[in-house]
Write a protein of this length. Structure first.
Length: 185
Protein backbone atom coordinates (compact mmCIF):
# COMPACT_ATOMS: atom_id res chain seq x y z
CA UNK A 1 0.00 0.00 0.00
CA UNK A 2 2.84 2.42 0.86
CA UNK A 3 4.36 1.67 -2.55
CA UNK A 4 1.11 2.74 -4.27
CA UNK A 5 1.09 5.99 -2.30
CA UNK A 6 4.73 6.68 -3.18
CA UNK A 7 4.01 6.06 -6.87
CA UNK A 8 0.96 8.32 -6.73
CA UNK A 9 3.05 11.05 -5.12
CA UNK A 10 5.80 10.75 -7.75
CA UNK A 11 3.19 10.67 -10.51
CA UNK A 12 1.60 13.90 -9.27
CA UNK A 13 5.01 15.61 -9.19
CA UNK A 14 5.98 14.54 -12.75
CA UNK A 15 2.52 14.81 -14.31
CA UNK A 16 3.36 18.11 -16.02
CA UNK A 17 6.60 16.68 -17.43
CA UNK A 18 4.71 13.64 -18.70
CA UNK A 19 2.12 15.84 -20.42
CA UNK A 20 4.83 17.98 -22.06
CA UNK A 21 6.67 14.89 -23.27
CA UNK A 22 3.51 13.31 -24.69
CA UNK A 23 2.44 16.61 -26.31
CA UNK A 24 5.61 16.58 -28.39
CA UNK A 25 4.59 13.21 -29.87
CA UNK A 26 0.82 12.73 -29.81
CA UNK A 27 -2.10 15.05 -30.68
CA UNK A 28 -3.39 17.30 -27.89
CA UNK A 29 -6.70 15.46 -27.45
CA UNK A 30 -4.82 12.25 -26.56
CA UNK A 31 -2.39 13.70 -23.99
CA UNK A 32 -4.54 13.18 -20.88
CA UNK A 33 -5.47 9.60 -21.83
CA UNK A 34 -1.83 8.68 -22.43
CA UNK A 35 -0.72 10.29 -19.14
CA UNK A 36 -3.42 8.35 -17.25
CA UNK A 37 -2.50 5.11 -19.04
CA UNK A 38 1.11 5.74 -17.99
CA UNK A 39 0.09 5.73 -14.34
CA UNK A 40 -1.93 2.54 -14.77
CA UNK A 41 0.97 0.77 -16.50
CA UNK A 42 3.49 1.91 -13.88
CA UNK A 43 1.24 0.65 -11.07
CA UNK A 44 0.88 -2.71 -12.84
CA UNK A 45 4.65 -2.96 -13.26
CA UNK A 46 5.22 -2.03 -9.60
CA UNK A 47 3.02 -4.94 -8.49
CA UNK A 48 5.28 -7.33 -10.38
CA UNK A 49 8.49 -5.98 -8.85
CA UNK A 50 10.25 -2.93 -7.47
CA UNK A 51 10.93 -0.05 -9.85
CA UNK A 52 14.40 1.38 -9.25
CA UNK A 53 13.88 4.79 -10.89
CA UNK A 54 10.11 5.48 -10.88
CA UNK A 55 10.35 8.97 -12.44
CA UNK A 56 12.48 7.75 -15.34
CA UNK A 57 10.27 4.69 -15.72
CA UNK A 58 7.17 6.90 -15.91
CA UNK A 59 8.75 9.17 -18.53
CA UNK A 60 9.89 6.21 -20.62
CA UNK A 61 6.47 4.56 -20.34
CA UNK A 62 4.69 7.77 -21.39
CA UNK A 63 7.02 8.17 -24.36
CA UNK A 64 6.46 4.58 -25.46
CA UNK A 65 2.68 4.87 -25.11
CA UNK A 66 2.66 8.08 -27.16
CA UNK A 67 4.79 6.47 -29.86
CA UNK A 68 2.48 3.43 -29.88
CA UNK A 69 -0.50 5.74 -30.32
CA UNK A 70 1.15 7.42 -33.32
CA UNK A 71 2.04 4.05 -34.86
CA UNK A 72 -1.53 2.78 -34.45
CA UNK A 73 -2.90 5.99 -35.98
CA UNK A 74 -0.57 5.72 -38.97
CA UNK A 75 -1.55 2.09 -39.41
CA UNK A 76 -5.28 2.91 -39.31
CA UNK A 77 -4.74 5.70 -41.84
CA UNK A 78 -2.79 3.39 -44.13
CA UNK A 79 -5.47 0.67 -43.96
CA UNK A 80 -8.18 3.27 -44.58
CA UNK A 81 -6.37 4.63 -47.64
CA UNK A 82 -5.76 1.12 -48.97
CA UNK A 83 -9.46 0.29 -48.57
CA UNK A 84 -10.41 3.50 -50.36
CA UNK A 85 -8.17 2.61 -53.29
CA UNK A 86 -9.48 -0.99 -53.38
CA UNK A 87 -13.06 0.25 -53.62
CA UNK A 88 -12.32 2.36 -56.72
CA UNK A 89 -10.57 -0.31 -58.78
CA UNK A 90 -13.08 -0.66 -61.65
CA UNK A 91 -11.51 0.80 -64.76
CA UNK A 92 -14.45 2.93 -65.90
CA UNK A 93 -15.08 6.35 -64.38
CA UNK A 94 -12.83 5.48 -61.41
CA UNK A 95 -9.80 6.42 -63.50
CA UNK A 96 -10.65 10.08 -62.96
CA UNK A 97 -11.22 9.40 -59.27
CA UNK A 98 -7.87 7.65 -59.03
CA UNK A 99 -6.14 10.63 -60.62
CA UNK A 100 -7.88 12.95 -58.16
CA UNK A 101 -6.84 10.78 -55.22
CA UNK A 102 -3.21 10.67 -56.38
CA UNK A 103 -3.13 14.41 -57.07
CA UNK A 104 -4.73 15.13 -53.71
CA UNK A 105 -2.20 12.94 -51.89
CA UNK A 106 0.66 14.60 -53.74
CA UNK A 107 -0.62 18.03 -52.75
CA UNK A 108 -1.08 16.85 -49.17
CA UNK A 109 2.51 15.53 -49.18
CA UNK A 110 3.71 18.95 -50.36
CA UNK A 111 1.70 20.61 -47.60
CA UNK A 112 3.19 18.25 -44.99
CA UNK A 113 6.67 19.05 -46.24
CA UNK A 114 5.90 22.78 -46.06
CA UNK A 115 4.77 22.39 -42.45
CA UNK A 116 7.87 20.30 -41.60
CA UNK A 117 10.08 23.13 -42.83
CA UNK A 118 8.55 25.67 -40.43
CA UNK A 119 10.57 26.59 -37.32
CA UNK A 120 9.63 24.33 -34.39
CA UNK A 121 7.56 26.81 -32.35
CA UNK A 122 5.86 28.17 -35.47
CA UNK A 123 5.05 24.60 -36.56
CA UNK A 124 3.52 23.76 -33.17
CA UNK A 125 1.30 26.83 -33.26
CA UNK A 126 0.35 26.32 -36.91
CA UNK A 127 -0.59 22.65 -36.40
CA UNK A 128 -2.62 23.36 -33.27
CA UNK A 129 -4.54 26.07 -35.15
CA UNK A 130 -4.95 24.57 -38.62
CA UNK A 131 -5.05 20.84 -37.89
CA UNK A 132 -6.61 20.62 -34.42
CA UNK A 133 -8.69 23.82 -34.56
CA UNK A 134 -7.45 25.38 -31.33
CA UNK A 135 -8.28 29.03 -30.71
CA UNK A 136 -5.43 31.51 -30.36
CA UNK A 137 -6.17 31.79 -26.65
CA UNK A 138 -6.02 27.99 -26.21
CA UNK A 139 -2.72 27.81 -28.09
CA UNK A 140 -1.24 30.63 -26.02
CA UNK A 141 -2.25 28.83 -22.83
CA UNK A 142 -1.05 25.41 -24.07
CA UNK A 143 2.38 26.65 -25.18
CA UNK A 144 2.75 29.35 -22.51
CA UNK A 145 3.24 32.19 -25.01
CA UNK A 146 1.36 35.43 -25.67
CA UNK A 147 -1.62 35.58 -28.02
CA UNK A 148 0.21 38.11 -30.20
CA UNK A 149 3.07 35.62 -30.59
CA UNK A 150 0.53 32.97 -31.56
CA UNK A 151 -0.92 35.34 -34.16
CA UNK A 152 2.53 36.08 -35.59
CA UNK A 153 3.39 32.36 -35.80
CA UNK A 154 0.11 31.60 -37.60
CA UNK A 155 0.69 34.40 -40.10
CA UNK A 156 4.27 33.23 -40.69
CA UNK A 157 3.10 29.63 -41.10
CA UNK A 158 0.42 30.57 -43.62
CA UNK A 159 2.80 32.78 -45.59
CA UNK A 160 5.62 30.20 -45.70
CA UNK A 161 3.35 27.25 -46.49
CA UNK A 162 1.57 29.18 -49.24
CA UNK A 163 4.88 30.20 -50.79
CA UNK A 164 6.17 26.62 -50.59
CA UNK A 165 2.99 25.23 -52.16
CA UNK A 166 3.15 27.79 -55.00
CA UNK A 167 6.78 26.88 -55.66
CA UNK A 168 5.89 23.18 -55.72
CA UNK A 169 2.98 23.78 -58.09
CA UNK A 170 5.25 25.77 -60.43
CA UNK A 171 7.90 23.06 -60.25
CA UNK A 172 5.31 20.31 -60.93
CA UNK A 173 3.89 22.27 -63.89
CA UNK A 174 7.35 22.69 -65.40
CA UNK A 175 8.09 18.99 -64.95
CA UNK A 176 4.79 18.02 -66.60
CA UNK A 177 5.43 20.34 -69.54
CA UNK A 178 8.95 19.01 -69.92
CA UNK A 179 7.70 15.41 -69.87
CA UNK A 180 5.02 16.29 -72.46
CA UNK A 181 7.65 17.71 -74.82
CA UNK A 182 9.84 14.63 -74.74
CA UNK A 183 12.03 16.23 -72.10
CA UNK A 184 12.64 19.42 -74.13
CA UNK A 185 11.98 22.75 -72.35
Amino acid sequence: MANDEALADIFMRVRGSLARLVSSIAPPREIEDIVQETYVRVCQAARQGAIEQPRSFMLRTARNLALDYVKRSESRLSVSLDEELDLGMDLGPATDHTYEVVASREEFAHFCEAVRQLPVQCRRVFVLKKVYGYSQREIARELDISESTVEKHIATGIKRCTLFMLQQRTSDTRAARSAGNGGRP
